[in-house]
Design a protein around this ligand. Structure first.
Ligand SMILES: Cc1cc2nc3c(=O)[nH]c(=O)nc-3n(C[C@H](O)[C@H](O)[C@H](O)COP(=O)(O)OP(=O)(O)OC[C@H]3O[C@@H](n4cnc5c(N)ncnc54)[C@H](O)[C@@H]3O)c2cc1C
Ligand code: SF4
Length: 458
């Protein structure tokens, strides 16, 4: 029989305030001074967007915060966000040589410190080339769309971002919970991109309110699709339609809207005293479980068919979830929702390890009581844009197929794509990394297009 994690609930009141408070000026400088400024900086190799890490840390150590901010801005449009939510423990911080002494540099917190300081004091200028090189429409304002928008605006393209939500930011705004990423920080980063001249058109569902073909008719030279993975995967087991089965992304979005006063807290589908099960063990499951505790759930249990070693959530997220009182049941695979009209629980089969990382059922059953079950087993792209635009090919799972030259162009000329809608749900910085390369592809495409138009006119 599998062993389960049991946690002691304490009386600590969990709030949506950001948990990590960041560095003070003194702490940031002391930390920066520890950096060895390695000639071959492994930290930079570990960063997917190759942030100039030692360079900005050296400026920070000298107290030149504006210089540090300008160095970071050369590679990133979203430093305050990356400094908070990047999986640093697997990237830059994991690569720092000082880890050998157990004292790796806290790079994320330094990046966050600089970005926050700059936002408060407005110390670094926004650098933008003059003139207009072309017009680009961007669909989706998550990290992929924001990165393409920022990079192209700096190179003096006219950029308009379309998004179906009431505020831009994608998962940064409506997915990652407030206690990990303060929404004012997201708004601040977006305002900075706006100051580069980017126009945001929200509450517009592309494929319904406007089509991609209409965007070209409006005079855009290229269109970028960065629409992420909006469709949650369902758990196809008996009892699916029972009231009380909730998708994690819907729950997280409603919790965010209630926090910002846009909906009544009664509309959030978890209430005081609820007994909640979360199915899945990735970062979305951790966020949903921790958010459920914050909106008043009396008990939250994560159920996963694999083991602790195989879960995809970051170790730090898992540890924090445990500390906050989330319980974990490993080796349980849901087979049926229990209840007649309303949900009363989840029936699971005990699993055991099989060959090469897989698990198999044992035939033993456990019934877990719950009046709410949150499903966090993944998402996939919606087909709205593809079904209303001819010529864009997708793979079997619905992910958009793109080319290497020009980088990121789909099978339809002038339409590009990047981020999760191409590369499957990943991370903020991986969406940014790809988006940076796609921005270069768009520049090449528009320059070639303009040249052809000039030749045709002459
Ligand atoms: C709950 C959660 C927590 C996460 N935590 C982390 C983390 O801590 N660290 C990390 O690095 N990564 C994390 N991730 C992953 C990361 O957020 C994503 O990989 C990233 O946001 C993908 O960026 P994107 O720009 O491709 O898409 P998204 O952020 O999904 O943005 C897509 C945008 O397009 C809009 N859109 C979709 N269709 C249309 C349409 N037809 N018309 C107009 N607009 C449209 C959507 O509303 C959305 O605003 C998390 C993801 C989730 C869901
Ligand atoms: S690897 Fe560590 S010590 Fe070396 S430059 Fe990077 S942050 Fe500094």
């Amino acid at each position: 029989m599998p062993t389960d994690e049991k946690n002691n609930y304490d009386d600590k009141v969990l709030t949506f305030d950001e948990i990590d408070e960041g560095f003070s000026i003194k702490e940031a400088i002391v930390e920066a001074k520890r950096c060895l400024n390695c000639p071959k900086p492994l930290c930079r190799t570990g960063c997917p967007i190759e942030n100039e890490i030692p360079n900005f840390i050296q400026e920070l150590a000298k107290g030149n915060f504006g210089g540090a901010s300008s160095v970071i801005a050369r590679r990133s449009n979203l430093p305050a966000i990356c400094g908070r939510v990047c999986p640093r423990e697997k990237q830059c911080e994991a690569s720092c040589v000082l880890n050998k002494k157990g004292q790796g540099i806290k790079i994320g917190k330094l990046e966050r410190f600089i970005a926050d300081f700059d936002a408060e004091m407005d110390i670094s200028p926004l650098i933008k080339e003059s003139g207009t090189k072309g017009r680009v429409a961007i669909i989706g304002s998550g990290p992929a769309g924001l990165t393409v928008a920022g990079d192209l605006a700096k190179l003096s393209f006219e950029v308009t971002v379309f998004d179906d939500q009431s505020e831009p930011g994608g998962v940064l705004m409506y997915g990652i919970p407030e206690f990990r990423l303060n929404k004012e920080v997201v708004r601040r980063e977006i305002r900075r991109i706006e100051r580069l001249g980017v126009v945001f058109r929200t509450n517009l569902l592309v494929g319904q309110d406007i089509t991609v073909d209409e965007m070209f008719q409006e005079g855009f030279d290229a269109v970028f699709i960065g629409t992420g993975t909006a469709l949650p995967k369902r758990l196809e087991i008996p009892g699916n339609g029972l009231s009380g089965v909730i998708q994690a992304m819907y729950f997280l979005r409603m919790a965010m809207l209630a926090n910002s006063g846009e909906v009544n807290s009664l509309e959030v589908p978890i209430h005081d005293g609820d007994k909640v099960i979360v199915v899945g063990a990735g970062n979305v499951a951790m966020d949903a479980a921790r958010t459920a505790l914050r909106v008043g759930a009396a008990q939250v249990t994560v159920v996963y068919r694999g083991t602790e070693q195989r879960m995809t959530a970051l170790k730090s997220e898992y540890e924090e979830a445990k500390q906050e009182g989330v319980q974990f049941k490993w080796h349980r695979s849901p087979i049926r929702y229990i209840g007649t009209c309303r949900l009363e629980g989840l029936e699971c089969e005990y699993m055991e390890n099989a060959q090469e990382g897989s698990v198999r059922g044992t035939g033993q059953i456990e019934q877990l009581p719950a009046n709410k079950v949150i499903i966090a087993i993944g998402q996939r792209p919606a087909a709205r844009i593809i079904s209303t635009t001819s010529g864009i090919e997708v793979n079997e799972q619905g992910y958009v197929i793109t080319k290497v030259r020009p980088y990121g162009m789909t099978t339809r000329r002038g339409i590009f794509a990047g981020g999760d809608v191409v590369h499957e749900p990943a991370t903020v910085v991986l969406a940014m990394k790809e988006a940076k390369k796609v921005a270069e592809g768009i520049v090449q495409y528009i320059e070639a297009k303009k040249l052809m138009e000039e030749c045709a006119d002459s």
